[in-house]
Design a protein around this ligand. Sequence first.
Ligand SMILES: Cc1cc2nc3c(=O)[nH]c(=O)nc-3n(C[C@H](O)[C@H](O)[C@H](O)COP(=O)(O)O)c2cc1C
Length: 178
Amino acid sequence: MKVLLIPGSLRKKSFNKSLASHIKSSQSQKAEFEIFEINDIPMFNEDLEDNLPESVSNLIETIKSSDGIIIITPEYNNSLPAPIRNLIHWLSRKYSKPYILNKPLGITGVTDGGFGTVRAQHELLQLAVVVGMKVDANHRLPVSKAYDVFNDEGKIIDDGLKTKVDSFVDNYLEWINN
Ligand SMILES: Cc1cc2nc3c(=O)[nH]c(=O)nc-3n(C[C@H](O)[C@H](O)[C@H](O)COP(=O)(O)O)c2cc1C
């Protein structure tokens, strides 16, 4: 079982990247997790489609070999930030869509605010339905107050959050195994 973890933030010290790293290292006995960072994915542009950018081809190849995807997104201005929207645009095309159709999507996200990126996650859920991914609103995990639950090195220091991540991943893996 291989699960692709896609953080939706581009910054180096991103909490969302840190959560992806935590899942990869703490859950490795349950499944194979691979992190795909989207920093090199260009803005979607139909002019680029005749000769796909290497980063987009790599993304599609990685998705082909994955049984599921977990997107870990921040929230900007009460909404889903551009990098993940852009990613979905690239994945909705004839050369990419066959590989995301019915692909099970887990959704999580970290913010330093109090609402755990729930608005961004809800928008992503709707977008994923439109492009034909397999979604279930139960497979979402909001993470709030990032500065209280991660340390300066990006490690989770809150046992309650570790437990929530464990059960989010367990439930997700059970879902995609059935
Ligand atoms: C332009 C901008 C808008 C933001 N808007 C929201 C928001 O609407 N809701 C929220 O919970 N956090 C918001 N934040 C805070 C981010 O959740 C926070 O910066 C988070 O750490 C970003 O994720 P990252 O650490 O993975 O880069 C915003 C941050 C920025 C830079």
